[in-house]
Design a protein around this ligand. Sequence first.
Ligand SMILES: NC(=O)c1ccc[n+]([C@@H]2O[C@H](COP(=O)([O-])OP(=O)(O)OC[C@H]3O[C@@H](n4cnc5c(N)ncnc54)[C@H](O)[C@@H]3O)[C@@H](O)[C@H]2O)c1
Length: 442
Amino acid sequence: MNQPLKVIVVGAGNRAMIYAGYAKLHPEEMQIVGVAELSPVRRKKAQEIYNIPDDMCFESAEELCQKGKLADAVINGTMDADHVPTTKLLLRAGYDVLLEKPFCINEEEMFDLADVAKQTGRKVMICHVLRYAPFYRTIKDTILSGELGDVYNIQLTEHVSYHHTVAAYVRGKWASPIECLAPMLLAKSCHDLDLLMWLMGDAKPVAISSFGSDFTFTADKKPKEAGTKCLLDCPLDKECIHSARRNYMVENDRWAAYVWASLETEDADVVNGLNPDMETRVASLTGDNPFGKCVWECKRDGNVDHQSVLVNFENGQTATFNMIGGTARGERGVHIIGTKGELVGVFNDSKFTIRKPMPETEEGFTEQVIDLEITGDMTGEHGGHGGGDLRVPEDFVKYVRGEEPSVSCTALDQSVLGHLAVFRAEKARKENRVVSMERDDK
Ligand SMILES: NC(=O)c1ccc[n+]([C@@H]2O[C@H](COP(=O)([O-])OP(=O)(O)OC[C@H]3O[C@@H](n4cnc5c(N)ncnc54)[C@H](O)[C@@H]3O)[C@@H](O)[C@H]2O)c1
């Protein structure tokens, strides 16, 4: 009988605490034995939830790593630019690491981390949660079964809703690629380029091109009458779809964990984004909270709100990915074409259709609908991202124990290609040219 994997949470923020939740559901598989977190409020909250002794609570990843190896593994949920510096220390201290995406912010860091993982012989797995969602997992199995024949074109889309676009990429943490070091294609869509490379299987990408811009949030698009802060001086406050009043002055509002993150108080529930009262909201949104700002007053520093990517593969296969921010509904679409048939579906509908050529039928094809029946918020017992979230720590436990990893396994060496595609696509967009996908050929 295996002992539960002993795990320390590093960066006890929104994401890491979701994966840590696997220990509550499956204490026989995983046990949270420590926490390293800069914020005393979040550290205390994690300590209480997992009953962690004082001597296993640390003020930072750096402090933890000075103590030698105190557990089997770490969940690293720090922010994007902290991933590689903290993970290198953790690997050298002897930990295997479950690391959030994007796992690095540039190519140099990516190869540096891969080298340190190799030198230390430790394991790193990336939280590419969508590979674990039953929707994409079933699609991967369909491709592997040969049902579609040889796949020669994949079209992926990601529509980011207007409220998500603004909460994360206009007012939020990823607004300025100069400050957060992760442009929207990396922060949002490294998942999608990872899926694209994974679904293409052994096909080797050789070249990439990309176009994109900020269409909506440039200063010249600001309505003439608009003010600077929604609740303070804007006459459009009640009609604008981005109005802070319409989006954040409601109980159980969307993106609360982002919107109220600046309310650092002794009340950890507030820090974790749970329903501050209306008076607190007004004070915050008319004060320093960036979520109270007019969206056309936000610092964008060249970030895009939509971007298209085109990839050419060695044996002539092609693929496209379109990320479009600002849509009414957030959704991911997929269309895969093989020599024997095609597959088309929408992740958020949890359904896809397989069509096969069939001359004898009236329409010229047969159609089979696969409904995975993941309903509502698509969370279920396996967590958000269409049931992907909690399947990640489940597979991480197996991976660390040396058991057969699942077909979704996002070990570091299997995650490099998707991130490389992001970095080369960004280069292609900025330099307005086709860029090679060869590692040494930039
Ligand atoms: N897999 C996904 O689908 C998904 C979705 C959203 C966000 N993310 C990624 O998850 C990561 C975390 O996002 P979040 O919203 O949870 O962030 P967060 O700000 O809520 O949490 C990060 C935490 O790390 C702590 N921290 C920073 N440096 C530290 C250090 N050196 N030692 C210890 N603690 C440290 C911070 O104090 C903070 O509490 C980001 O990289 C983000 O891009 C992934």
